[in-house]
Design a protein around this ligand. Structure first.
Ligand SMILES: CC(C)(COP(=O)(O)OP(=O)(O)OC[C@H]1O[C@@H](n2cnc3c(N)ncnc32)[C@H](O)[C@@H]1OP(=O)(O)O)[C@@H](O)C(=O)NCCC(=O)NCCS
Length: 171
């Protein structure tokens, strides 16, 4: 299996992987397509897992803002991550997440936020975000599913405020 940056030729297969992973619904596949059209898209942070020339997994980290009064911080949001149902529970998701976090760090981003399974993400370093003074109001979610991962040391001491997902997240 190979983990690499997504390119334009992958778009149809990436759509299919997201569609299948999320129970044959298009919401996440379309989210990826909307984000790609915006300035919040970072091409190096759209990453695929490929096996025998076929895309079996995909992850997208894209830019978002944390706003604290006059202060604005450019952060990353993880959404979505998807592994083809026939290839789940074999470590593909884990490798995609590790690679995405490593790249985000190398690109200099301070934190990554997400809404996700509270039992899945802590092993990658995600912790409940509200306990660090981060807030989310656009989606009504419980404290355990709104999570943050620090990419640069002490970033969570410095960055507080409300996460604002870009309009691409709202169809
Ligand atoms: C979530 C998803 C991306 C994980 O990918 P994957 O390749 O199946 O996961 P991995 O095999 O890398 O699993 C890594 C670890 O997480 C565990 N795990 C996998 N899915 C899990 C889940 N839904 N909840 C809790 N733990 C999970 C695995 O058992 C494994 O544990 P280990 O490291 O102790 O062995 C994949 O299952 C998927 O596409 N799901 C449907 C779409 C989805 O829900 N995306 C996430 C939205 S928040």
């Amino acid at each position: 299996m190979r983990i690499r940056t997504e390119n334009q030729a992958d778009y149809a297969q990436v759509h299919q992987v997201n569609f299948a992973a999320f129970g044959n619904r298009e919401d996440e596949a379309k989210l990826v397509e909307r984000i790609r059209e915006t300035s919040y898209f970072v091409p190096e942070l759209s990453i695929v897992a490929e096996e025998d020339g076929v895309i079996i997994g995909h992850i997208l980290l894209s830019k978002a803002d944390v706003v604290d009064g006059e202060q604005h911080y450019e952060v990353l949001a993880l959404a979505p991550v998807a592994v083809d149902p026939n290839h789940q529970k074999q470590g593909v998701g884990k490798q995609l997440i590790h690679e995405a976090l490593q790249r985000g760090k190398e690109l200099g981003y301070a934190i990554v936020l997400l809404i996700g399974h509270p039992t899945y993400y802590p092993k990658f370093g995600f912790q409940p975000a509200r306990s660090y003074g981060l807030e989310l109001k656009q989606f009504e979610v419980s404290d355990d599913v709104f999570m943050v991962c620090e990419l640069q040391e002490n970033a969570l001491k410095r960055i507080k405020g409300e996460l604002i997902y870009p309009s691409a997240f709202f169809g």
